[in-house]
Write a protein that binds this ligand. Structure first.
Ligand code: ZN
Ligand code: ZN
Length: 82
């Protein structure tokens, strides 16, 4: 099950579970759309995998299976790949 992390690992922007701006890789490294489409160019900086839009969990399911509140932040933020 997706953890639905609450923030972008690059810029620490809030990404609530119903945000359409959240992007994840297969390991659930989580980013906002502006970091994913901008500085990261669609690739996860941690694993090199592709970033896709995070699906939104329906509200009734979210009540039973809440999102994690644990924030993950990448040390030093994200740098453009060379
Ligand atoms: Zn971001
Ligand atoms: Zn990753």
């Amino acid at each position: 099950m997706l953890a639905l992390r609450p923030n972008c690992e690059c810029c620490d922007r809030d990404l609530p579970p119903d945000s359409a701006a959240a992007r994840i890789c297969s390991f659930e490294c989580t980013f906002c759309e502006s970091c994913a489409d901008g500085v990261l160019a669609g690739r996860c900086p941690n694993c090199g995998g592709e970033l896709v839009r995070r699906p939104i969990r329906p509200a009734d399911r979210l009540a039973r299976s809440p999102a994690t509140t644990q924030r993950t932040l990448k040390a030093g933020g994200c740098q453009p790949s060379p």
